[in-house]
Design a protein around this ligand. Sequence first.
Ligand SMILES: C[S@@+](CC[C@H](N)C(=O)[O-])C[C@H]1O[C@@H](n2cnc3c(N)ncnc32)[C@H](O)[C@@H]1O
Length: 278
Amino acid sequence: MENLKTNAVTALPLDTIGTIAITEIPIEDKKNAKQMAERILAANKHLQSVYEKSGAMHGEYRVWKLRHLAGKKSTKTTYRESDCLFELDVAKVYFSPRLAFERNRIAAQVQTGEKVLALFAGVGPFPIIIAKKLKTQRKSAEIIANELNPIAVKYMQQNITLNKVGEIVAVNKGDAKKLLKQKKKWANRIITPLPHTAYKFLPQIIDATAVGGVVHLYGFGEHRNEKTKKKTNPFTALEKKIKVECRKKKRKCKIIFKRVVRPYSPFSVQVVIDFIVK
Ligand SMILES: C[S@@+](CC[C@H](N)C(=O)[O-])C[C@H]1O[C@@H](n2cnc3c(N)ncnc32)[C@H](O)[C@@H]1O
């Protein structure tokens, strides 16, 4: 299984994407980093390379800065999820195996004939997994997959061909805001996996949602107050933003689902809120 693991050999946090392991080394272990990486390779025969996150995720394209530790010096790999294959370069595009549950959760909801905007699509995991599931069930939909990073767009086009879903997924290259403005009341479903800033697109997202359409909005929320250390509701701030923006647009909204996607920092978690726009 390819997801977040605490590696049994070194006890380091480890994401594996295809044949590449990406780890985080605490400062006190930095001098032993290469030996630890060699042990990870020795214990996991399917892995070919180990890289370390050497800086925060950066830029608009949300890409990790990586340092090579052991094995083959290549950041290109093929990742498998939900019977789909994804080719990618982990140093040039964003990709997280930790969103697999979300991709399946949403794929299970898409109905035949839906018009879907898969924004911030990266190398295409959300739209391609949805399309493959529909195709397997002999259903169809119209999915537009939007992405800003030109390298991710190239991989997404490759992955659409690789997974034979070109009749369901069309790629749109560029800023999501531009696409949203062209799609007034078009979408039955909008997916927004850009948790840092997706809320800033809310006015255009609401405009692009058809009456009765569903929005899956990703964000971050505080689950414990940093000063008082008291528990807080991680959904409150994002829920408020949704309600305020819908009111400004004179559209009614109904929150139908919310969940914590994953822990993010000692005081915050990544969340998703699904809401219907009426
Ligand atoms: C957190 S990643 C999610 C990628 C993918 N959905 C996944 O699950 O692996 C967010 C993506 O949004 C893209 N992005 C950032 N700003 C954007 C914008 N204004 N319009 C379109 N895409 C954007 C980034 O390049 C990045 O690939």
